[in-house]
Ligand binder design. Structure first.
Ligand code: ATP
Length: 359
């Protein structure tokens, strides 16, 4: 049965260095949950704590309502898939997949049936008698996957399982993993530093930075409503535009962008001071009358959209994407333009705390 995984105030220290700084997370049974963040933010450390390979220096790791801090890794009801596959080189594909079932002393006929089913699910039944060195990277990762889920663990842990594959195979394999997870319904915790992969594969994502959780949400939430400028900058592309916020009345706050443009928006609460507007390239558009004045530095035709790099008169460089089907003729480099956006669609952040303040 799939477990809920609950992390309460988890702390990990390596000497003086704090790798996890009181992390709280709750993964629901059957959920595909991704830990996403730049290199060194603590993703693998947290995954290894859940697996039982890292000790817990503070807080609790729970499967359902059971604290498992001190439970041995092999008693935790987990399956694990690593970046480097970690399949046994001297065993055939079928023997690799059967390994965990043998250890659990399943009867022989059940083992061969389960192995057949697992190999069928990852579509490598025809390779069952091969040794790992006779397989491609993608095929080896399918073996590792089958070996992990065949034992029907309550939680499946995956640490950058696709990062050794080439770009095309990575995209194929993430669909294989997603479909498989949906079908099996095993709670899955997936580590990656690739934001596109995280958006594509997850039910929910926790974005991490320096041992802290910056935001938890669905891929759509995280992309459309970043809680802070770190998430806005890490997931997709964001243009950050400085402004002054006069928001003593939060229902009618006025944003002033270097005297060139004044906008009103709704804030969560009263705030007056320096602000940052974060707008996605596709949220910006050309406006003949209003908006921020600037000049096109370079235009790049990319098929389905055109990417414009624009230098604003206030000195900032921004990126505006226009979908080809909505665009007129390609605008030439050097053209003077005005750039506008719908203030209710973009995020406004407190320049000091970097947290979102707009409604
Ligand atoms: N055994 C260790 N001893 C000392 N420091 C460690 C140890 N393991 C990890 N760290 C440090 O803890 C921090 C978090 O490491 P971790 O491997 O969890 O990061 P990560 O987010 O998984 O990064 P990556 O994407 O590069 O794998 C890093 O700064 C790392 O140098």
């Amino acid at each position: 049965m799939s477990h809920a995984v609950i992390i309460k105030q988890a702390v990990k220290k390596y000497g003086d260095f704090t790798a996890l700084n009181g992390v709280n997370l709750e993964m629901k049974p059957g959920e595909f949950f991704t830990l996403l963040g730049p290199s060194g933010c603590g993703k693998t450390t947290l995954l290894r704590m859940i697996a039982g390979f890292n000790s817990v220096d503070g807080g609790e790791i729970c499967f359902d309502d059971r604290v498992i801090n001190n439970l041995d890794a092999h008693k935790r009801d987990i399956g694990m898939v690593f970046q480097n596959y970690a399949i046994f080189p001297h065993l055939t594909v079928a023997e690799n997949v059967a390994y965990g079932l043998k250890a659990k002393k399943y009867p022989k006929d059940q083992i061969s049936r389960k192995v057949e089913e697992a190999l069928d699910l990852v579509q490598i039944k025809n390779l069952k008698d091969r040794k790992p060195n006779e397989l491609s990277g993608g095929q080896q990762q399918r073996v590792a996957l089958a070996r992990a889920f065949v034992i029907e663990p309550g939680v499946l842990l995956m640490d950058e399982p696709l990062s050794n594959l080439d770009a095309k195979l990575r995209v194929q394999m993430r669909t294989v993993i997603k479909k498989l997870q949906r079908r099996l319904g095993i709670t899955t915790i997936y580590v990656t530093h690739d934001q596109e992969e995280a958006l594509a594969i997850s039910d929910r994502i926790a974005v991490m930075k320096e041992g802290n959780i910056m935001q938890v949400g669905s891929p759509e939430d995280i992309y459309k409503k970043p809680a802070n400028t770190f998430v806005a900058g890490f997931i997709g592309v964001s243009n950050f535009i400085d402004c002054e916020v006069a928001g003593s009345d939060p229902a009618n706050a006025v944003l002033n962008i270097k005297g060139e443009c004044s906008l009103t928006c709704k804030l969560k609460s009263a705030y007056t001071g320096k602000g940052i507007i974060s707008a996605r390239p596709e949220q910006l558009f050309f406006d003949e009358k209003e908006g921020l004045p600037g000049k096109i530095v370079i235009s790049t035709f990319l098929g389905d959209f055109i990417e414009y790099e624009i230098q604003l008169n206030n000195g900032q460089t921004i990126q505006l994407n226009e979908y080809t089907k909505d665009a007129g003729d390609l605008r030439p480099d050097g053209q003077e333009v005005r750039v506008n956006f719908d203030i209710s669609a973009v995020g406004v952040y407190d320049a000091q705390t970097q947290e979102v303040i707009s409604w």
